[in-house]
Design a protein around this ligand. Structure first.
Ligand code: GLU
Length: 450
């Protein structure tokens, strides 16, 4: 790394901090990528030409809109809707919608920025975007969820489309919400344009494996990482934080591969499950009853114990899969994991490890796969759903799962090789950022200053 590259990046980052004040998660995501780009620019300085880095960090378009809706008491509620269309050099904007009270512009920008590199790593033709609302689905009735989704889509519909921007789910947005959003889009546009959203129901354009894809894909990639060190999930103890869609299907695949899921969590605490997780019961609690993880401990038996407010990273395990939310695993928790002998960390959530935790993993020989590589299976399968929609086809579970598996194996090969090519063997953060960046950067340079 030359001093001038270092200075150039620092000056650029200082400017970004000023122009995007009060958006700490966005700063965190950009800072990590810029650190990796120092390595690239030292070798290939042309990647700084034509204002490329500045353009990459500035969304192509940011939409913020009012979402008024009527609750079950007849009172008017007002939420804020967002869609950040970050980069469409590789394909239409693609990325989920998050409904959670913590959502603000900075959160959506961090997620949209990560999505650019993640989508690039899949090797499929999709750009990066993200959206959502500060709406809190917790405790809302089905009808309230429906009215909210209809109001949200009433504004969003004019900005999306098969060739423009294709939203999907994220935290707080699953099959039910995609259904209500799609219904309103269809009504407003007077078209059954199945390619406009992914994560749809199977009878109206959805893809098999989409529900399982992020969790399964995470475990496929982690298996590749373990294989590179002559290890496997067989007999491994695994922490899976969270208990939403990603966590449930990560846990399912871990147990299919012979591992034991020793703990899962939600925002109130964690359940230790020394003898593994009963996935049928967990799915019933989370997906059907929409209840809390404490209900699992109360019903499961088999040694399951609820730890209210506890830190899940204190559980002894070989592998940790953070699948809940951003910054859920800090530097202290990283040390706890290491002290308990954890050797692998792979992220099902987006940016769940703090910079201190990531630094600790890299310095202490803990094999660490960042979210933009490890959780790319969800969006990759969304792109497979788009392929099926474009050809009016629907593929079997086995075929789709095989495609997902190949994509995740290729991502691991790509980030592993890129890290080696840049003298960072085993540093999958640099590998993922650089490999993801180069495809987008090459496309942006080829397409001119826009
Ligand atoms: N929200 C998921 C992600 O973070 C999936 C996005 C999609 O399928 O478009 O990648």
């Amino acid at each position: 790394m030359t001093a001038s590259v270092d200075t150039q990046i620092s000056e650029y980052y200082d400017k970004l901090l000023k122009r995007n004040a009060g958006e700490p998660e966005f700063h965190q995501a950009v800072s990590e990528v810029l650190d990796s780009l120092k390595i690239v620019l030292g070798k290939d300085p042309h990647y700084a030409d034509y204002g490329l880095i500045e353009r990459l960090c500035e969304p192509e378009r940011q939409l913020i809109f009012r979402v008024p809706w009527t609750d079950d008491n007849g009172d008017i509620q007002v939420n804020r809707g967002f869609r950040v269309q970050f980069n469409s050099a590789l394909g239409p904007y693609k990325g989920g919608l998050r409904f959670h009270p913590s959502v603000n512009l900075g959160i959506i920008k961090f997620l949209g920025f990560e999505q650019i590199f993640k989508n690039s790593l899949t090797g499929l033709p999709i750009g990066g975007g993200k959206g959502g609302s500060d709406f809190d689905p917790k405790g809302k009735s089905d009808r309230e969820i429906m009215r909210f989704c209809q109001s949200f889509m009433t504004e969003l519909y004019r900005h999306i489309g098969e060739y423009r921007d294709v939203p999907a789910g994220d935290i707080g947005v699953g099959g039910r919400e995609i259904g209500y959003l799609f219904g309103q889009y269809r009504r407003l546009s007077n078209q059954h344009e199945s390619g406009v959203l992914t994560g749809k129901g199977l009878t109206w354009g959805g893809s098999l494996v989409r529900t399982e894809a992020t969790g399964y894909g995470l475990v496929y990639l982690t298996s590749e990482m373990m294989k590179a060190h002559n290890e496997s999930f067989e007999g491994a103890k695994v922490i899976v934080s969270g208990s939403g869609n990603v966590a449930i299907y990560a846990a399912e695949k871990v147990q299919q591969l012979g591992g034991t899921v020793v703990a899962m969590s939600d925002s109130s605490g964690y359940v230790s499950t020394p003898n593994g997780v009963d996935l049928e019961l967990l799915k019933d609690i989370k997906e059907v009853r929409r209840a809390r993880i404490s209900a699992y401990a109360a019903e499961a038996g088999n040694g399951a114990e609820y730890h209210k407010g506890g830190n899940i990273w204190e559980v002894k395990a070989d592998v940790a899969l953070p699948c809940a939310t951003q910054n859920e695993l800090d530097g202290e928790s990283a040390k706890l994991l290491a002290a308990n002998g954890t050797r692998y960390v792979a992220e099902g959530a987006n940016m769940p490890s703090t910079p201190e935790a990531v630094h600790f993993f890299l310095q202490n020989d803990i094999h660490y796969a960042p979210g933009k590589a490890a959780n790319a299976g969800g969006v990759a399968t969304s792109a497979l759903e788009m392929q099926q929609n474009a050809s009016r086809d629907s593929w079997s579970f086995e075929y789709t799962d095989q495609r997902l598996h190949e994509i995740m194996s290729n991502i691991f090969k790509d980030i592993d090789k890129t890290a080696k090519d840049y003298d960072r063997e085993g540093d999958y953060v640099a590998g993922a950022n650089i490999a993801g960046f180069k495809k987008v950067a090459d496309a942006m340079l080829a397409q001119g200053v826009i």
